[in-house]
Write a protein that binds this ligand. Sequence first.
Ligand SMILES: Cc1cc2nc3c(=O)[nH]c(=O)nc-3n(C[C@H](O)[C@H](O)[C@H](O)COP(=O)(O)OP(=O)(O)OC[C@H]3O[C@@H](n4cnc5c(N)ncnc54)[C@H](O)[C@@H]3O)c2cc1C
Length: 488
Amino acid sequence: MVKTITDPARKIKVFREADVVVIGGGPGGVGSAIAAARSGAKTILIERYGHLGGMATGGLVNIIPNLSDIYGKQHVFGLNQELLDRLDRRGGTSYPAGKDRGTADKKVVDYYQDANLGWFYLRKDLKGQPRVLYSAVVDPEILKDEFNDMVLEAGAELLLHSWGTRAITEGNAVKGVIFESKSGTQAVLGKVIIDSTGDGDIFVSAGAEFDNECDNKRRTAWLALVWWVTNVNLKKYDDFKASQPDKFKELMQELVKLDGYPGFFKGILKNMPNTVWYHCMQPQSERTDATDVEQLTRIDIRARKRALITFEFMKKNIPGFGDSFIMLSAPQLGTQGGRRIIGEYILTENDMESDEVFEDTIVTLANNDYGEISLKHPTLCVPYRCLVPRKIDGLLIGCRAFSSNDMINETFNIIPHCIAYGQAAGTAAALAVKSGVQPRNVDYKALTDNLRQQGVNIPEATGKKALPATRSKPKDFYYQKYRGPGKE
Ligand SMILES: Cc1cc2nc3c(=O)[nH]c(=O)nc-3n(C[C@H](O)[C@H](O)[C@H](O)COP(=O)(O)OP(=O)(O)OC[C@H]3O[C@@H](n4cnc5c(N)ncnc54)[C@H](O)[C@@H]3O)c2cc1C
């Protein structure tokens, strides 16, 4: 039996009372806070680390993919596009020029293949020809600063170094959160609480239903550490690889035997030449639970060891790496799966093939990862109900923990998606406060109209009957089979 102690009841200082309280400042949380504050709600954003951006900055996961479909048509706009425009003005992003989106031009395709970034930039058409997507890489340091600016300009209050620990509840309604910081234990009260912790730290303590099943084969089941190596002479490296392929292969096999990690992306940020990015995924046998602190500790220690094994091996044995050094390792372990809320609607692969535009659609996403299915159904609409927990009031989800089965979550939980979910959650929270209703009762038309005014791409609803929320087991899908060239 697990040994327990009793936490004595005590008075806790209320640090702030707000309309909307957002916990977690990753892509979802930033989207939530900006949208809520811009919509006129008194908003506070609470983040455990000293910077915003979550995985997109602290995790060094700096690629914003799938803004367009394979035909080059852009679907994701709104805050995502605004962010890229702002970063562009500061030299903080690179992406294919408009004319190159959807192209099969060999020169452009080869550029992304050679950088090993095919998974983010290329998808095959029906003839098997790779085409270029609209995806962007971003400078994580500029992104941190830009996120701070955007949140503060919107008028939200920002509280860093503060760890949200649990929901304050009354019956089935969430009324605030307790957070821990160097200033001790304090509370923030709010009319709507948005859980943007990625892992659902707050909704779990509110007693919301959730799912955390995830097939071990899925990307979202993998924990990872990213690190960057710079001062690499990539020409020397390429020459060696091309002129001595057998020797190169032999050395990479040796590295794997030593528990090193052979694959990297060639960094294509214009302001950081000669830099390579390692997204070191833990081996399948090591795949674990992103909410188990002992496992997180074990994986982090091992991943950092692997980074050093890899770096030292490359420096010693691989031409081009002789003068290199580790520029940065991600301060935060890469986690992407975790808990998913059971919402009023659970998005599954059925929705991908139905082409339904829900009455409460909050964003249209490009559907690029499923070969023929994607080519026939290049978009997926996400309904607001995926952000609304069943039974629990006063709470919305604005992050990768949206209501979905593990297959849909694997594909549609990346940075641009989470920014969009946040934008919708923040807008809906402000509307709920303004009209004095629970988030689940927000007027869908008012929400979609409002999001359209913010530049979000939402087509007219098709008027079809909404499918019932299902918990169907994901089909063992075409995912692996149809993946584009190159993979993460
Ligand atoms: C190795 C790896 C590679 C990936 N590659 C890409 C890629 O190239 N492109 C892409 O688009 N996506 C990629 N992803 C996925 C993507 O990073 C995430 O899906 C996305 O960042 C999710 O955003 P989020 O806001 O939901 O969660 P997160 O980015 O996880 O942000 C959650 C935020 O909440 C904070 N937080 C958590 N708990 C608490 C708490 N209790 N109190 C206060 N704050 C808290 C965290 O510090 C963090 O800032 C990758 C993920 C990994 C792990």
